[in-house]
Each structure stands twice: as structure tokens, then as C-alpha cells.
Write a protein that binds this ligand. Structure first.
Ligand SMILES: *[C@@H]1O[C@H](CO)[C@@H](O)[C@H](O)[C@H]1NC(C)=O
Ligand SMILES: *[C@@H]1O[C@H](CO)[C@@H](O)[C@H](O)[C@H]1NC(C)=O
Ligand SMILES: *[C@@H]1O[C@H](CO)[C@@H](O)[C@H](O)[C@H]1NC(C)=O
Length: 184
């Protein structure tokens, strides 16, 4: 009886162990089978209400932005960066915008900020596995220039970042949403 129980339980253990191995194998395969860059993708997120809130937030902030000759999200940011790496670049800009500007200033520009911050944080989470293959130094350099500009401008740099949140939104869409989905 005891021997029977023992063999039943060891075969159960065997099954559990085999399932674990299978799960691990599947997980590894999932990781290795997905090409680099495949996670640099978002589904179309242009719902009317959040688009409106994002544009209203940008508009409110840009009323306070005196510095009209600096543009953060523009040609300079993308200089030398391939089309296919732009989502990865925008991921860095999004991270910076959230961490250094929107979260610290999250009590301002209500009621827009309280809607837009969790929305953008969710996009940032969805891009957490987005990486590119090879050297990303040129991308980091462009992003660093943006960060340096904001830091140099201080408070008015942060206002400018919020004033460009509409550009951030549109550029994320253009860079990360597949063209086949974007028109919908
Ligand atoms: C957003 O909605 C408000 C009213 O709900 C409207 O006045 C405003 O024009 C809209 N803004 C944009 C950018 O669509
Ligand atoms: C920004 O990036 C860092 C490092 O990858 C990560 O730990 C953090 O959660 C990101 N923040 C947001 C708001 O996505
Ligand atoms: C913009 O200019 C006004 C008037 O010169 C000043 O009071 C305000 O602090 C400036 N705003 C920023 C964000 O620098």
C-alpha cells in the first residue's frame, strides 16, 4: 500500500516536473522566437476622449510657454534615426516625459493631467519590452539633447514638455502603431 502510494505520488511529481519543463521551454521559445523590435508596437489608441484631453492639456500648458523658438519633438530629435527605430526613440522620450515632468507636475493642469498621465503610463508599460538590435548610441544622443534642453530651461522647459504632449501623442502614434491599423 505504502509502495503503491509512493509510486503514485512520484509519478505525479514526474508529471508536475514535466509540465514545468514544458512551460519553461515554451517561455524560452516565445522569447527567442520573437524578433528584436517586435515589441516596439502599440495598437491604435486614438480614442476621441483621450485625444481631446491630451490636446487640451497641451493647449493649457502652451499658454504659459513663452519660449516659442525651441521645439523639442521635431526634426532634430529624429536626425540620423531610421524609421523603424523611431518607436524605440519615442519610448525613451515618453519615459523621460513621465518621470521627469508629468509625474512631478501631476497636480497641475487639471482635469486633463489626471486622465493623460495614467494613459501615457499605460503606453509606456506596453513598450517596456521594446528594444532595438545593435548600437543605439545615436538615439541616446538625440534623446540626451532633448533632456539637456529641458534641464537648461528649468521650469519653462517642463512647461514646454507639457505644451508638446500633443506632439508626443501624435508622434508615438506615427512611430509605434502599424500603418495598417493607423487609419482606423
Ligand atoms: C475637447 O472637448 C471640448 C468640450 O468637451 C471642446 O470644447 C474642445 O474643442 C475639444 N478639443 C479638441 C482639441 O478637440
Ligand atoms: C522608465 O524606464 C525605467 C528604466 O527602464 C523603468 O524602470 C521605469 O519604470 C520607466 N518609467 C515609466 C513611467 O515607464
Ligand atoms: C512667461 O512670461 C511671463 C511674463 O513675462 C512670466 O510671468 C512667466 O513666468 C513666464 N512663464 C514661464 C513658464 O517662464
Amino acid at each position: 500500500m505504502a509502495a503503491l502510494q509512493k509510486s503514485a505520488s512520484s509519478s505525479l511529481m514526474g508529471t508536475v516536473a514535466a509540465s514545468c519543463v514544458l512551460l519553461i521551454a515554451l517561455a524560452l521559445q516565445g522569447g527567442a522566437g520573437v524578433p528584436v523590435g517586435a515589441h516596439c508596437r502599440l495598437h491604435n489608441f486614438q480614442e476621441p476622449y483621450i485625444t481631446n484631453y491630451t490636446f487640451m492639456l497641451a493647449k493649457e500648458a502652451s499658454f504659459e510657454d513663452n519660449n516659442t523658438d525651441v521645439r523639442l519633438i521635431g526634426d532634430k530629435l529624429f536626425r540620423g534615426v531610421n524609421m523603424r527605430d523611431r518607436c524605440y526613440l519615442m519610448k525613451q522620450v515618453l519615459n523621460f516625459t513621465l518621470e521627469e515632468v508629468l509625474l512631478p507636475q501631476s497636480d497641475r493642469f487639471q482635469p486633463y493631467m489626471e486622465q493623460v498621465v495614467p494613459f501615457l503610463a499605460d503606453l509606456s508599460r506596453k513598450l517596456s519590452l521594446c528594444h532595438i538590435s545593435g548600437d543605439d548610441q545615436h538615439i541616446q544622443r538625440n534623446v540626451q539633447q532633448l533632456k539637456d534642453t529641458v534641464k537648461k530651461l528649468g521650469e519653462s522647459g517642463e512647461i514646454k514638455v507639457i505644451g508638446e504632449v500633443d506632439l508626443l501623442f501624435m508622434t508615438l502614434k506615427n512611430s509605434c502603431v502599424p500603418k495598417s491599423e493607423a487609419g482606423k
